[in-house]
Ligand binder design. Sequence first.
Ligand code: F6R
Length: 615
Amino acid sequence: MCGIVGYIGHREAYPIVIKGLQRLEYRGYDSAGVMIYDGEDVKVCKTKGKVVDLEAKAAIEMKTGGTIGIGHTRWATHGVPNDVNSHPHVSNSGDLVIIHNGIIENYAPLKEELIKRGYVFHSDTDTEVLVNLIEEIQKNENQKLGKAVQIALNQVVGAYAIAVFDKKNPTEIVAARLGSPLAIGIGEGEYFIASDASPFIEYTSNAVYLEDGEMANIRLHKKIKVRKIQDDSLVDPYIQELQMNLEQIEKGGYDHFMLKEIYEQPSVIKDTYRGRLHANEGIIQMSGIEDNLEKFLNADRIIIVACGTSWHAGLVAEYIFEEFARIPVEVEYASEFRYRNPIINSRDVVIAISQSGETADTMAAIKLAKENGAFVFGVCNVVGSSISRESHAGAYTHAGPEIGVASTKAFTTQITVLTMIALRLAKAKGTMSLSDFHMYLQELELIPEKVKEALETNDRAKEIAATFKDAPNCLYLGRGYNFPVALEGALKLKEISYIHAEGYPAAEMKHGPIALIDEHMPVVVIAPKQGHYDKIVSNIQEIKSRSGRIIAIVTKGDTQVRDLADYVIEIPETSDALSPLITTIPLQLLSYHIAVLRECNVDQPRNLAKSVTVE
Ligand code: F6R
């Protein structure tokens, strides 16, 4: 986690670094800091809090002029969030300044050794150890910054994306990555360094994404030099043209990124299937699948690995793959899978789902799968992300940048991609009748319109939110395809409103959670007409007879549930298998409005970060 930004060029660095940090705040926002080199000395300002707090402090404490700068927004791992533990960290001599995203696992023995050599530490961070280790190597071995960084990184165990500046040679920034992302923007006589391309999108559309184990010397008026940290071999940097634009990363008139992203779903679902789904011709074409069709068709099973919301999309996919393509599917939390000595073999296909493409546990799970000979297929949103590159093949979701920490459009676009894959495999395997295949293609094509219609429930969701905003607990129930949606609805509520919520398969309620139900307990029941309607109606009766307060998501025109529930939200009808794409919309809106009414920070909930690059 954490976001890092750097600039070296001819413009004033401070505003570029600050704006960049604001765009990267989704990665962490418990403290922030900046270093500017003014031509003579380094000026550092850092603080607990957000980038706005940093700006306020810098306005009082610091001269901000200078054309070289680095900055950091933090999600604490080592050391509590406070001013001292904030980055940048400065070496004992005051010459070296570092920003770091990641964890140095062996920092303790390194620190002990440095203390023996007279180094003094001011913070509790692993990063301060790294910058002093680099300094020690520079001094002892009389090395230039780049070489000293390289030697130091070969001694550390862990994950990092770093940028280091040396006052003694102030025309260079050295950057390196292992396990945390790092992009270098290449402008005219200027370079940008950042955890993703959003901080420099208005300055250049050319970027180099460092690969794991690579470092770069970024010098004024010189071409960047990229080399492997381990063996010093030079790498020809691949300059990529960026697809992102400025509009995509701004709020566009919405109060929050989350709301903007909820409303983007009709158009991004269309982007997800554009060029892949040809309903009239009865074709689904995805190059990552076509090129590896045999792998999927010969697979003994599919293992899906993911975390959080992406794991919920994986659960929906399990139901879809098994029903459509009759391939056995297991869905695993990546963090459990990687540590439980799972049985994996070369006839397994592993699908890794990740919005960011950077989640450390998911990354580790796919490395493990590859080591055991499995074929790995990535479903990622961020183009060029680590997981997309580590996978043998994959399909992007094309949802555009998701900045709100709570995933919304990532979920529906992941389900869209996974549904298309299942349909393609069903066709190839002959496990679905041709008429059903065509029906699903037509249905999928209509989903954006139906999502648009489901978004019209916004006012209703707001009204209901006002009634339930102070509830201490909430239960979400669904069956079949909508059981994972219940889990996702509960996750959305707890992460942004801090209300305790649980998702459950509706029938399972009788085996425990029913004991929680009384007149104070709101129960959100996902009850569309398709699927196990009669069963869920019985579950609603069970809640009602225990005085639970029922908020039901129902198909337009439903009267039976309307008579039982306290509140209903009507959504358009679609087939059971595709219903999660619609039923999830009012749940996103409900949690959004509850969080707003509770005055929570919707886009940056406490303790969370968008990209979980630590395990
Ligand atoms: C929840 C949320 C998280 C992520 C999880 C995985 O709203 O955003 O649960 O889904 O951290 O992240 P990715 O998909 O980037 O691997």
